[in-house]
Design a protein around this ligand. Structure first.
Ligand code: FES
Ligand code: FES
Length: 171
């Protein structure tokens, strides 16, 4: 057993004692009731379970949760899908997902949202030319599987957020 303390969506959870083999996915869903993070393949292949990790240097990245123990996140700051809306207002990317009807069953959506949000945050730091935007989106979202095959609308939604604010994201 290990005692963990993890900042999730701005709130500190813990100290909480957890089994060393408890997955982060189970910690979020079963200990904390944060069931927006889904469990898909369970073997690190679909990324429906992805969450955002915020590093101290201000950068962000995604991580699967199904194959990563909760103890690996001890002391870290993460965001789950429950943390994207602010004061009841959806994020720009969430709104774009809705506007595009980007999801069907929705099982993959939290993972795509996490990856798309990290992509936007990285893009704001490292802008790309318009001509490279499509390939940059495709590369960023690659690895996320949608069993309903809704890839194009996810890509369109991310693109719309970028094009709505080109000065922030494009050179
Ligand atoms: S459920 Fe984690 S990668 Fe598929
Ligand atoms: S919307 Fe159903 S798995 Fe992607």
């Amino acid at each position: 057993m290990t005692t963990v303390r993890i900042t999730i969506n701005g709130h500190v959870y813990g100290p909480q004692e957890v089994r060393d083999d408890l997955s982060m996915n189970s910690f979020l869903r079963e200990y904390l009731g944060l069931t927006g993070t889904k469990f898909g393949c369970g073997v690190g292949q679909c990324l429906s379970c992805a969450i955002i990790v915020d590093d101290p240097d201000g950068t962000s990245s995604t991580s699967p949760t199904c194959i990563v123990p909760a103890v690996n996140f001890n002391g870290k700051s993460i965001r789950t899908i429950e943390g994207h809306a602010r004061n009841g207002a959806l994020s720009d990317l969430q709104k774009a997902f809705v506007d595009h009807f980007a999801f069907q069953c929705g099982y993959c959506t939290a993972g795509f949202l996490a990856e798309g949000q990290v992509f936007l945050e990285n893009l704001a730091r490292n802008k790309v030319p318009r001509a490279k935007l499509e390939s940059a989106i495709a590369e960023a979202l690659d690895g996320h599987l949608c069993r309903c095959t809704g890839y194009i609308k996810y890509h369109q939604a991310v693109r719309d957020v970028v094009l709505a604010n080109p000065g922030l994201y494009l050179v």
